[in-house]
Design a protein around this ligand. Structure first.
Ligand code: SF4
Ligand code: SF4
Length: 262
C-alpha cells in the first residue's frame, strides 16, 4: 500500500539522480495502481472525462470519492479504489492503465512525488520540490536505468499539468496557511462545483443569475461556453473571489431605478 504518510521524503531538486525503470512484464506490474490516495486536480478531471466521453458529474459519481481536507476545510477528490475491485484503481487492467495518455498528474510523476510550498512571508509565491517514493514492492528501483528528476519529467510529460494546476494549487496552499476564514458547507459546495464539476459550473454561470450579478466580458462568456480550459481558468477567478483571496470578479454596479418624470 502506497501511503505518503509511510514515506519519509528526502527533498530532491531537478538535477537529483535516481535509478528506475517500469515496464509491462516487470513482476510488480500495476501493483502501484491500488490502495493509494490519488488526489485529482481540475485539469486531471477535464482530461479524463474527455477521454471517457462523459460529463464531469458522471465521472465524479462513478470514479471518485470525496473528503474534506482537515487543514484547508476544502473538498478533495480522489480516484475511487473500491473493495469490490480489490482496492484497485478502476482504470487498471492486467495490461496496464486504460487511460494512460490521460492519466492524472500524480500517476505521471510516480515514483517521484511533487510538493508545493508557500514561500516565507516577504519572498512571495510558491516553491515546488520533489521526493522519491520507494515502496518495498516496487521492483522498478532495482533497475539500472538512471534519470534525473528533470529527465523523468521530460519522459512523463507532467509540464502541461503543472502549468494548468499551478494557480489552483497555490489557492489550496493559501487556504492551508490561512485558517482564519471558516469554510461553511455552502462554500465547500461551491468550491466542489467550480473545481471539479465543471460542466455543472458552466450551467451555474450561464443559466443562473450569475451574469446579472457579476461583470463578465462577452468574449469571456463565449469562451467559457465553448472551451473547458477557458471555463477552468474562469473558475479559478471565481474561487479566488469565493475564498476572499482576491477581488478577482467585479459586481455589476447597482442600476438606480429610473425616476418617474415630475
Ligand atoms: S515498477 Fe513500480 S511503478 Fe512500475 S508497475 Fe511496478 S510497482 Fe508500479
Ligand atoms: S489512473 Fe492509471 S496510472 Fe493512475 S492509478 Fe489508475 S490505472 Fe494506475
Amino acid at each position: 500500500m502506497k501511503s505518503m504518510k509511510d514515506v519519509k521524503p528526502v527533498q530532491l531538486g531537478l538535477n537529483s539522480r535516481f535509478k528506475f525503470k517500469c515496464y509491462p512484464g516487470i513482476s510488480c506490474f500495476t501493483e502501484c495502481c491500488g490502495r493509494i490516495d490519488i488526489a485529482l486536480t481540475p485539469y486531471d478531471i477535464i482530461r479524463i472525462k474527455k477521454r471517457l466521453g462523459i460529463t464531469s458529474a458522471e465521472f465524479l459519481e462513478r470514479y471518485t470519492r470525496r473528503e474534506i481536507d482537515e487543514k484547508s476545510g476544502l473538498p478533495l477528490v480522489f480516484l475511487r479504489m473500491p473493495p469490490e475491485n480489490n482496492h484497485k484503481c478502476l482504470f487498471v487492467t492486467p495490461d496496464g492503465c486504460t487511460i494512460y495518455t490521460d492519466r492524472p498528474c500524480a500517476c505521471r510523476y510516480y515514483p517521484i512525488g511533487q510538493a508545493t510550498l508557500q514561500r516565507e512571508e516577504g519572498l512571495g509565491g510558491t516553491e515546488e520540490f520533489y521526493f522519491l517514493i520507494k515502496e518495498p514492492y516496487c521492483k522498478g528501483h532495482e533497475e539500472a536505468t538512471e534519470w534525473t528528476v528533470a529527465s523523468w519529467r521530460v519522459d512523463q510529460e507532467p509540464d502541461l499539468y503543472d502549468e494548468m494546476n499551478r494557480e489552483w494549487k497555490a489557492m489550496m496552499l493559501r487556504r492551508d496557511s490561512d485558517a482564519r476564514q471558516a469554510i461553511d458547507e455552502k462554500k465547500q459546495k461551491m468550491f466542489f462545483l467550480a473545481s471539479y464539476d465543471l460542466d455543472n459550473f458552466r450551467r451555474f454561470v450561464l443559466e443562473s443569475r450569475f451574469l446579472d450579478i457579476f461583470e463578465v466580458a462577452p468574449d469571456t462568456v463565449q469562451a467559457i461556453t465553448d472551451d473547458d480550459i477557458a471555463l477552468m481558468n474562469f473558475s479559478f477567478k471565481y474561487l479566488k473571489y469565493l475564498l476572499v483571496i482576491e477581488e478577482s470578479l467585479k459586481l455589476k454596479e447597482k442600476v438606480e431605478p429610473v425616476q418617474p418624470a415630475a
